[in-house]
Write a protein that binds this ligand. Structure first.
Ligand code: GP9
Ligand code: MN
Length: 690
C-alpha cells in the first residue's frame, strides 16, 4: 500500500512539474508572440552595440563584456517600454525611429573611432562647421564598410514589420490599461536588471564613468548607449558647472599650486636666447619616425633631418592633443594647459583667460604675429589667436590664393612660405624683436593629391643580374598605393617647402638674430597595418612577412601609440657643432614647451602644468588627455590598464598608481582652469567676494 502511495506521489509530482514546464514554455512562447516588435528592437540594438565594440576594440573581453551587454539591454528595454504606451497600429513607427536613432549612434561612433581612436562626444557638435572643410578628408579616410553594418538593425525591423502586417498583428485590440501594464512590467524588469548591474560595479568602474576621460573603458563596461547618455550629461555639465562648482575648483587649483613645487631653476640654458627673434613652425602631421627614413637612398625629410642634426633635437617628444587636433597643439604649446574634457578650448572656451607665450613676450617688448593661409575662423583661430596674445593674425584673406596654388585644404606650403617672407621682412624692419608662428597646411590627411607633391617614389628598386648575365632593375611596389606611402610623398613635399623657406629666410637676413623652433602638431592618424607593411616587407613575395615568420616584427598597439611621437627642434643657423647641438632623449610633452622655452628666453608663467626639461630631466612624465601617461621607464595605457616597460629598471605598483593619480589630477586641474576661467583675476575676485 505504502509502495503504491509512493509511486502515485512520484507520478503526481512529475506530472505537476511537466504541467509547470509546459505552462512556462507556453508563457514564454506567448510572450514572444505578443512582443515581437519589442524583442526585435531589443535584440538588434544590443547586437549593434556589441558589434561596435567588436569592430573598434577587437579583443574578446571587450566585445563580449557581459556588463556592457547588460547595460545596453537595460537602456534599450527602458526605451522599448514606452513603445507599449502607443496603440499597436502606430507602434512600429516608434520602434523604427528608436532603432534608427540607436543605429546612428553606432555608425557615428564607429567612424569616429577610426579617426580618433576614441568615441564621439555631443560637445563636438559645435565643431560641425569645420566638417565642410575637412569633410572630404574625413569621408575618404574614415568612412568604411564596417560603419554601414549597423543599418542591419532598422532593416530587420522593417522585415519584421512586413511579416507582422501580413499576420494582422496590428489589428488586435489592446486596452489602455493593458498597455500601461506592459510598460510598467518592462520598466520593473529593467529596474531589477539595473539593480543587478549596479551591484556588480567596482569603484574603478564608477570613478571612470563619472570622469569620462577613459572613453574606451566606459564603452567596454557600460556599452555605447549608456556612454552616450553620460556624454550628453558631461557635455552640458561644464556650462552648468562653470556657474556652480567654482569654489571647489578654485580651491583645488590653489592647493595644487601651493604643493606643486618648482618647474624650473637657473641652469646652463637660462636666458641663452634672451632678446632673440623667434620663428615657430607648426609642422602639420609631422612625425618623429620620418627622421632618417629613406627610400632608395633618398631621405623622406632631408630638411627636418638637417635641423635635427644641427640643432637641439628632442627625439622623445609627444603632442598631447584630443579632438581639437591642430588647435589643441597650439593651445598646449602656448599655454602649457591641456585640452578640455569635452569640446575644445579653442571653440567652446575661447572667452576664457589664457596666458600665452605671445603675451609673455609682449611684456618683454616683442611684436607677436601668427600666419596661417586657411580661413581665419577655422578652429576659431581669429578669436583665440587674439586671446593668446598675438598682435596680428595673418590668415587666408592676407594671402593670394589661386586655383593653381592650392593643395589639400588650401594654399600650398611652398606658396604660403614664399608670401610670408615679404610680410616677415616688413615686420623685421618695423620691430626690434618679434615672435612669429607659421602654421603649415599641405601635409594634412588624407594625403591624396599625390600628383601635386612632386616625384618621390616609395618603392624599392633592386638591381639584379638576370639569367643572361645582364644587370636589370626590379621595382618592388612596397609602400606605393598605401596611405602611409602617400603620407611620405606628402611630407616630402612639406619638407621641401620647409627647406625653401629656410633658404629664403637666410637670403633675406631673417636668420641673423633668430631662433627657429619646429614642432609636429600631432601624428598622421594612419592605419596600423600600413606600419606593419613598412617594417615587414618581404622582397621575395612583394607582400608582408607571414606572422609566423621569425623576421616578422609586430607593430603592436603599444608601438603604434609610442610611434605617434612628433619632432621638437630648436635651431639657429650657427648651432651645428656647438654645445647646444645635441639630441635630448628624455620623454617630453607639448606642455613642457612654455617652461623650457621660458627658461631660455627669460619669460615665465606660474600657471603651467609642464616642466622645464632641463630642470626635470629624466624624471619627467607626459600625461595624455585620455588618461594614458609615459615616463622614461614605462608607457601606461589606462584604457587597457596595462603598461609597456621602456627600460630595464624595476617598476612598482606604487609608482603606477602615483603617476596615474598625478595624471588624473593634472587633467582635472587643467580642465578646471579653462572651464571655470581660473586665470581671470577680475572675475575670480568678484566670485570670491560673493
Ligand atoms: C586647419 C589646419 C588643420 O586650418 O590647421 O587642422 P587639423 O585638422 O589638423 O586639426
Ligand atoms: Mn593638424
Amino acid at each position: 500500500m505504502k509502495l503504491l502511495k509512493n509511486v502515485i506521489n512520484k507520478w503526481k509530482n512529475s506530472l505537476v512539474k511537466q504541467i509547470k514546464r509546459i505552462k512556462t514554455e507556453h508563457l514564454v512562447k506567448e510572450y514572444f508572440k505578443n512582443n515581437v516588435l519589442f524583442i526585435s528592437f531589443l535584440l538588434t540594438s544590443v547586437f549593434n552595440s556589441t558589434m561596435l565594440r567588436f569592430f573598434c576594440m577587437h579583443s574578446i573581453e571587450n566585445y563580449l563584456s557581459w556588463k556592457a551587454v547588460l547595460a545596453d539591454t537595460i537602456v534599450v528595454m527602458i526605451i522599448g517600454a514606452f513603445g507599449y504606451l502607443i496603440k499597436p497600429k502606430n507602434r512600429f513607427v516608434y520602434y523604427f525611429c528608436a532603432s534608427v536613432f540607436l543605429t546612428a549612434i553606432c555608425t557615428i561612433n564607429s567612424a569616429y573611432y577610426t579617426f580618433y581612436t576614441s568615441f564621439a562626444s555631443i560637445s563636438m557638435l559645435s565643431l560641425t562647421q569645420y566638417i565642410g572643410d575637412v569633410g572630404d578628408a574625413v569621408v575618404e579616410n574614415v568612412l568604411q564598410l564596417k560603419d554601414l553594418f549597423y543599418v542591419i538593425g532598422p532593416i530587420i525591423m522593417i522585415l519584421v514589420h512586413i511579416k507582422l502586417k501580413k499576420k494582422n498583428y496590428y489589428k488586435k485590440v489592446e486596452v489602455k490599461a493593458d498597455r500601461r501594464k506592459k510598460t510598467l512590467t518592462t520598466l520593473t524588469a529593467s529596474g531589477v536588471l539595473l539593480a543587478i548591474f549596479l551591484l556588480t560595479l567596482t569603484s574603478l568602474d564608477v570613478s571612470r564613468f563619472f570622469k569620462q576621460w577613459n572613453k574606451e573603458y566606459v564603452v567596454m563596461r557600460f556599452g555605447i548607449y549608456v556612454y552616450q547618455v553620460n556624454d550628453l550629461i558631461t557635455s552640458v555639465q561644464p556650462k552648468i558647472n562653470s556657474m556652480f562648482g567654482f569654489d571647489k575648483a578654485n580651491k583645488e587649483f590653489h592647493d595644487y599650486l601651493a604643493q606643486k613645487g618648482d618647474t624650473t631653476a637657473p641652469n646652463e640654458y637660462t636666458n641663452i636666447f634672451e632678446g632673440k627673434n623667434v620663428i615657430v613652425i607648426h609642422g602639420e602631421s609631422m612625425m618623429t619616425n620620418l627622421i632618417g627614413l629613406e627610400f632608395n637612398g633618398q631621405e623622406v625629410t632631408p630638411n627636418l633631418n638637417k635641423l635635427s642634426k644641427e640643432g637641439m633635437y628632442f627625439s622623445n617628444f609627444y603632442s598631447q592633443v584630443s579632438v581639437g587636433t591642430s588647435s589643441d597643439s597650439e593651445l598646449t604649446f602656448n599655454t602649457s594647459l591641456l585640452p578640455t574634457k569635452s569640446g575644445t578650448a579653442f571653440v567652446s572656451y575661447s572667452d576664457r583667460t589664457y596666458i600665452g607665450i605671445p603675451t609673455l613676450l609682449k611684456e618683454k617688448g616683442y611684436y607677436t604675429f601668427s600666419m596661417h593661409a586657411n580661413n581665419a575662423d577655422f578652429w576659431n583661430r581669429r578669436a583665440m589667436h587674439n586671446n593668446l596674445g598675438y598682435d596680428k593674425f595673418y590668415s587666408k584673406s592676407d594671402y593670394e590664393v589661386t586655383k593653381e596654388n592650392i593643395i589639400g585644404l588650401g594654399l600650398s606650403d611652398k606658396e604660403f612660405f614664399r608670401q610670408s617672407i615679404d610680410k616677415m621682412k616688413q615686420i623685421n624692419e618695423e620691430h626690434e624683436k618679434w615672435y612669429g608662428l607659421l602654421i603649415m597646411l599641405s601635409n594634412h590627411t588624407p594625403f591624396s593629391e599625390v600628383e601635386k607633391y612632386g616625384e618621390f617614389p616609395v618603392d624599392i628598386k633592386e638591381t639584379i643580374i638576370n639569367e643572361e648575365g645582364v644587370e636589370e632593375e626590379i621595382i618592388h611596389p612596397y609602400m606605393e598605393e598605401t596611405k602611409l606611402g602617400n603620407y611620405f610623398k606628402s611630407v616630402h613635399y612639406a619638407d621641401e617647402a620647409l627647406g625653401e623657406f629656410i633658404q629664403q629666410l637666410e637670403e633675406n637676413g631673417l636668420l641673423e638674430n633668430t631662433v627657429f623652433v619646429l614642432y609636429g602638431d600631432h601624428d598622421a592618424r594612419l592605419p596600423r597595418k600600413d606600419y606593419n607593411l613598412l617594417y615587414n616587407y618581404d622582397l621575395e613575395t612583394d607582400e608582408m612577412y607571414d606572422k609566423e615568420d621569425p623576421r616578422y616584427k609586430e607593430y603592436d598597439s603599444y608601438q603604434y601609440e609610442l610611434g605617434r611621437k612628433v619632432p621638437f627642434i630648436i635651431w639657429t643657423k650657427d648651432m651645428a657643432g656647438s654645445k647646444l647641438n645635441f639630441e635630448n632623449t628624455n620623454v617630453m610633452g607639448m606642455y613642457d614647451v612654455v617652461p623650457t622655452l621660458g627658461n631660455m628666453f627669460g619669460f615665465s608663467n606660474s600657471y603651467i602644468l609642464g616642466h622645464d626639461i632641463y630642470y626635470i630631466k629624466d624624471s619627467n612624465i607626459v600625461v595624455f588627455p585620455n588618461g594614458n601617461w609615459v615616463t622614461n621607464k614605462l608607457y601606461y595605457n589606462s584604457q587597457k590598464v596595462a603598461y609597456l616597460p621602456l627600460s630595464e629598471e624595476p617598476i612598482t605598483e606604487e609608482e603606477i598608481s602615483k603617476n596615474t593619480e598625478y595624471t588624473n589630477k593634472i587633467l582635472e586641474i587643467s580642465n578646471d582652469i579653462i572651464v571655470f576661467d581660473l586665470l581671470n583675476k577680475e572675475k575670480n575676485q568678484e566670485m570670491e567676494g560673493d
